[in-house]
Design a protein around this ligand. Structure first.
Ligand SMILES: Cc1cc2nc3c(=O)[nH]c(=O)nc-3n(C[C@H](O)[C@H](O)[C@H](O)COP(=O)(O)O)c2cc1C
Ligand code: SF4
Length: 441
């Protein structure tokens, strides 16, 4: 019998050769001004070569003040089109599609950079964890950003890419408008769900105006926000639940969205996303230093992470707010299933997937049409090829240790779980392989 994992997935404007997508993964490969680098091309090509049907790009800002840290390639000006064309070309060589994630961070940032210390958001309340300063956007600023998403999509299409994804998940600007916990506006963009969804619906319409009806457009959404999951955030409201998100997805599809990518959590990271078997606080106490001067809470947090007792308390809380290690695989499937039952477009689910039989069952049961993977593919770039060869799991699977995540604010993205390698040197060689070939060949 044919394996459902290797059946093509047909969207309205795009066909992908199998059901495994590389989920969005950011890494600091690029230049300070948002121009791209060969290392990112090498990085993306690794996954295309490894057999995924499509790659969803890293977080790509549509405006420079929408970035979460310098060093991520942007799409905020026409000058970036040739770079993205080169990325697409490298990936297409492997019969793999490339979907660019149009993004704006709003108040949720890691390192603001020198130009825009104060963020734009739906609210003037700083994010509760790091305390990055922000200001509620004016109507003129909203209009500018809506237009910038449209322009970003137009550039992606001109670059020959296969589609775009709205980063409407994980606490970034679109979530900041959608969320009942974050959005405290009193104008047409705040209050009832219909108003909170106005911003993203205007973005979809702006994109359709710029690219027409026949270019793939999908939305990544945090179906359930769990905004007050951490003990320290108990005074916060819980945020949107899956019923709210189902309604938002229906409006988005009416406005021109072709697919939904289901995620979770009102922030990034969040105890449920990427959901870890552990939180490496010892490592966090080193790399978090990068954030220490930017937010009103970040220096305090750094001290908490550096003291054994408070670091362990934070770690315990974080793990308690997630799910047990043996339930990480497919943790968002219940939300995905609820959305899939309510909409007619394909639904992709993210979160913990790395076992072929588990994925096959999820698709066959109708919980989703495809899955996206981030960490399991960082650990095993060729996991899809391994599935095709009949393996149910990689010999050295991702341990969900989240060291890749904690390293990424300071070091090159890659798998930092030493136990998966024969030696530390082997691990570092694999991480650094992304810098070869360099641009100077
Ligand atoms: C290091 C790292 C960087 C990530 N960067 C992004 C990003 O830029 N955009 C995004 O939507 N999700 C991002 N994610 C979330 C993943 O795309 C994915 O949805 C999440 O990690 C759950 O999938 P997994 O269990 O397969 O890792 C990132 C995850 C990791 C670990
Ligand atoms: S460091 Fe490696 S094993 Fe750990 S979560 Fe990241 S990819 Fe998985």
């Amino acid at each position: 019998m044919a394996d459902v994992i290797f059946e093509p997935l047909k969207f309205k404007n795009l066909t992908v050769k199998n059901r495994i997508f590389r989920s969005n993964v950011s890494g600091r490969f690029d230049n300070y001004d948002g121009s791209g680098n060969q290392a990112r091309i090498n990085w993306e090509e690794k996954f295309a070569r490894g057999g995924v049907g499509a790659i969803m790009s890293s977080y790509v800002p549509v405006q420079l003040h929408g970035r979460i840290m310098p060093g991520y390639a942007t799409i905020h000006r026409d000058d970036e089109i040739p770079f993205w064309r080169a990325v697409g070309k490298a990936v297409h060589k492997w019969d793999c599609k490339y979907i660019l994630q149009l993004s704006h961070g709003g108040r949720q940032r890691d390192i603001p950079g020198v130009e825009f210390p104060i963020a734009q958001s739906s609210t003037s309340r700083p994010d509760p964890l790091h305390g990055f300063e922000c200001k509620a956007m004016t109507k003129a600023e909203i209009d500018e950003t809506v237009a910038a998403f449209g322009e970003g999509a137009r550039r992606a299409r001109e670059a020959g890419l296969d589609g775009v994804e709205l980063h409407g998940a994980n606490g970034y600007l679109i979530t900041q408008f959608l969320s009942s916990a974050i959005n405290d506006r009193k104008d047409d963009y705040g209050g009832p769900l219909e108003n909170r969804a106005r911003f993203v619906i205007e973005i979809v319409k702006s994109i359709r105006k710029r690219v027409g009806a026949d270019f793939h457009l999908q939305m990544k959404i945090s179906a359930t926000e769990y905004n007050n999951a951490l003990l320290a955030l108990r005074l916060e409201k819980p945020g949107n639940v899956v019923g709210d998100s189902i309604q938002v997805c229906k409006w988005l599809i009416d406005a021109g969205v072709d697919s939904i990518h289901v995620s979770t959590g009102s922030s990034f990271p969040h105890p449920r996303n990427p959901c870890g078997s552990d939180l490496p606080v010892d490592l966090l106490s080193q790399t978090y230093e990068q954030l220490a001067s930017s937010g009103s809470n970040t220096f305090r947090n750094l001290l908490l992470f550096r003291h054994d007792l408070t670091a362990d308390l934070f770690r315990q809380q974080w793990l308690h707010a997630g799910v047990p290690a043996d339930q990480i695989e497919g943790l968002s499937l219940p939300d995905s299933r609820a959305i899939k039952q309510a909409v007619s477009v394909p639904v992709i689910c993210t979160g913990g997937f790395q076992t072929a039989s588990f994925i096959r069952d999820a698709i066959t049961r109708g919980d989703c049409d495809g899955v996206s993977m981030a960490r399991p593919l960082i650990a095993n770039n060729d996991l899809v090829k391994q599935f095709a060869a009949g393996h149910d799991r990689a010999a050295k699977p991702c341990t969900y240790c989240n060291k890749c995540l904690v390293h990424v604010v300071e070091h090159p993205i890659g798998c930092y779980e030493e136990s998966r390698f024969d030696s530390r040197d082997e691990m570092l060689a694999e991480i650094m392989s992304v810098f070869s070939p360099s641009v100077w060949t």
